[in-house]
Design a protein around this ligand. Structure first.
Ligand SMILES: Cc1cc2nc3c(=O)[nH]c(=O)nc-3n(C[C@H](O)[C@H](O)[C@H](O)COP(=O)(O)OP(=O)(O)OC[C@H]3O[C@@H](n4cnc5c(N)ncnc54)[C@H](O)[C@@H]3O)c2cc1C
Length: 332
């Protein structure tokens, strides 16, 4: 392992200051992504800044019914927070579908947003990977690409964004608060993760900044939600395809629908066209299947992952069906 400097920050301003003039520095929160990648020699920070002492560990209800989540709230605390369970069950369901209890106890909201892809070529410093080393090529394109993206890929990169939590955030709608050397700014979560295009190493719209909070949009009501995750084993595994669905129903007609996908795309994937198709329709399988077809219309399989398209279709239909069932029970 390479040596690096280590610093503990005791305020947000100090944490940001510590990054100045040190482009290869990295914040560490739970460490469940960063330390693995340092040990694999994939991330090579010259300085690691521990942010665990910062006052970013609370969930606060704002006057307009939005929830503001500190960046250091752990995945476990977030998933079981009473306001999240009451207003944003999809977030809780998605988080609890990921990782293990031990990992979730350490993992933080900010770290989850910033987690790196699980592409085996990215995690192997001897392989060609444009994300890890710009211009080196992409061994996944013609390699073992069973886990890779069918949506949002480019010639340069087809690595999947691995987060379950971020799929829920994409469906719910959220704003990130970022603190940088020039002060604070806000960004919509939909604009935060970038498509790889010709610059897959640029994964976020983050410029030497610290994520300080995530603020969730007010809840949809009445609401049914479901998170369906398809993976190689039933627990402790990343998604091959996942779907997060939110539906509000008026009698049996869909009021508002939200749908986002994980495991199939290079960023958390919101399906706006499918949502538009669902609005005003009767909540029944035919409508859910039509929405799934629209959501996956642009999907392009690689040599080993054509199976992901029917798998994702089935996850979408199942998630919409289950969300409708919950919404009906809620209305009853
Ligand atoms: C065995 C295993 C299984 C897993 N399974 C799943 C799964 O099924 N689904 C899933 O979604 N995830 C899964 N994960 C990933 C896990 O959710 C992430 O590792 C975790 O969320 C990262 O959070 P952290 O606080 O540990 O981040 P860290 O490792 O501390 O940091 C990760 C990155 O984020 C940056 N960072 C951290 N906090 C901030 C901040 N506030 N502002 C700016 N940058 C920041 C760090 O510099 C680093 O680059 C798994 C992880 C492991 C180890």
């Amino acid at each position: 392992m390479r040596t690096f400097a280590f610093a503990r920050a005791d305020s947000v301003e100090r944490a940001v200051e510590r990054r100045q003039g040190e482009p290869a520095s990295a914040f560490v929160a739970g460490g469940t992504t960063l330390l693995d990648l340092v040990k694999l020699d994939v991330m090579r920070p010259s300085r690691v800044i521990d942010i665990n002492a910062l006052p970013l560990k609370s969930v606060e209800r704002l006057h307009d019914d939005r929830l503001r989540i500190g960046a250091l709230v752990t995945n476990t605390d977030l998933a079981y927070h009473p306001d999240v369970l009451a207003d944003h069950p999809l977030l809780s369901q998605a988080i609890l579908a990921g990782a293990s209890t031990q990992v979730r106890n350490m993992a933080t909201t900010g770290g989850n947003l910033m987690q790196r892809t699980r592409c085996p070529y990215f995690r192997d410093p001897t392989a060609a990977c444009n994300k890890r080393e710009p211009g080196s090529g992409c061994d996944a394109r013609d390699g073992f690409n069973r886990m890779h993206a069918v949506l949002g890929g480019s010639d340069q990169c087809v690595a999947v964004h691995p987060s379950d939590m971020c799929v829920a955030l994409a469906a719910i709608g959220a704003t990130l608060t970022l603190q940088g050397p020039n002060g604070e700014r806000e960004i919509d979560v939909a604009d935060f993760h970038r498509l790889p295009g010709a610059t897959p190493h640029l994964e976020h719209d983050l410029d030497d900044e610290l994520i300080v909070a995530v603020t969730l949009a007010p809840p949809l009501k009445p609401l049914g939600t479901a998170y369906v995750k398809r993976r190689d084993r039933a627990a402790y595994e990343f998604a091959l395809a996942s779907a997060g669905a939110m539906l509000s129903l008026d009698e049996d007609l869909i009021g508002e629908a939200r749908l986002a996908l994980g495991g199939v795309a290079t960023k958390p994937w919101r399906c706006h066209e499918a949502e538009a198709l669902l609005a005003g329709k009767r909540a029944e399988i035919a409508a859910f299947e039509a929405a799934a077809d629209v959501a996956l219309a642009d999907a392009e399989p690689l040599s080993h992952n054509a199976f992901k398209i029917p798998l994702a279709r089935q996850a979408i239909v199942r998630a919409l069906r289950d969300a409708a069932r919950v919404a009906r029970e809620d209305n009853a």
